[in-house]
Write a protein that binds this ligand. Sequence first.
Ligand code: NZQ
Ligand code: ZN
Length: 381
Amino acid sequence: MHNFTFHNPTKLIFGKGTITQIGKEIKQAGLKKALMIAGGGSIKKNGVYDQVTGSLKKNGIAFTEVWGVQPNPILTKVEEAIEAAKKEKVDCVLAVGGGSVIDTSKAVAGGYYLDNVWDAFENKATVKKALPLFTVLTLSATGSEMNSGAVITNTAKKIKTHTGGKVLYPWSTILDPSVQTSLPWEQTANGAIDALSHIMEFYFTGEHDETSLSVNEGLMKAIIEVTDELQENPKDYDLRANLAWACTLGLNGISAGTISYGDWASHMIKHGISAVHEEVAHGTGLGIVFPAWIKYVYDSKPSNAEVFLRWAKTVWNADSVDEGIQNMKSKLIQWKKPTSLSELGIAELDEIADVIAARGELGAVKTLDKNDVKAILELAK
Ligand code: NZQ
Ligand code: ZN
């Protein structure tokens, strides 16, 4: 078993009716003025905005607002929000939304102290200091509410990539699963696929880590089971709460556990697809890429091939890895998700492979170069 450090400083407040605690959290931290960052308006329709602003006012926290963060969030919005943070002299950032809003807020919190925020995404600058960040999560998927990573797209350069740093962990996150009953089915399914993918990124790099492999199998099975049930009963609070907690555990360090850093090739390939096709939602892309990655890497006979077979047997009740992949694809089809790039009208595989390869080799279970990436895209075609 590998040595490891587990340190997650985010305070998570979880459950029905918890959003009204956000003002108190900020006040107790001794802060006075927040830059509230939000997306396209869902929080106004489902009452989250009123709960948040009511709590801020009650606790004497001043705030100013930046709206319009889009799914697959972009650098220009980050820059706009950093400007607003400086002009309005805020002392903290409050993200209210899903992963895109939280990632934008992390980039703003760290970018506030950098000459050029994009430098942090190209490893030309390190995020050593950040404005305190608070989040109210409205979509369980990314784990961003309880981790230190942020993913942003530079549309001019056609690069979607991440930065991170321990100062980017949210100070407090409020996760009220009841506000997720307003999610369209597609977003719920995307969230489940993203969380499954985070767990698989770690799982497939495992070897003799019985505890972590078992924890991750339990999480994967729970996600599949509650997502199936949510497809029938989208308003059920307990199902929402179970999916939400599993998604957070998928990328807050718990699923990593004793397993090393993870593989992340599937994520990088998917980011390349979104860099060329901004409209491809994160979960949608992962559902197409991950089965192709599993097939390609397993067929290359990795040293931990038995973990792939264990995944097929334990998670998908299958006798072979190919059957496991088929069962996973059948599940995606049941969840009304595409399983091929052609279903999304994506055909420019060479251009996507170039974009991905420009970032260097990727993967840990198997190191992938441009030819490997192209082969995986062909399998995903
Ligand atoms: O824009 P609004 O109005 O907020 O609507 C959003 C958006 O249209 C909507 N939504 C959110 N909560 C809702 C709701 N609609 C109704 N009711 C609610 N309660 O859902 C849409 C998608 O939101 P988005 O934030 O884009 O989704 P998600 O949370 O899946 O975030 C995806 C982004 O996170 C990145 C992805 O690459 C992608 O850019 N990731 C971040 C990670 C991290 N920081 O750790 C790791 C992940 O692997 C991932 O890369
Ligand atoms: Zn992801």
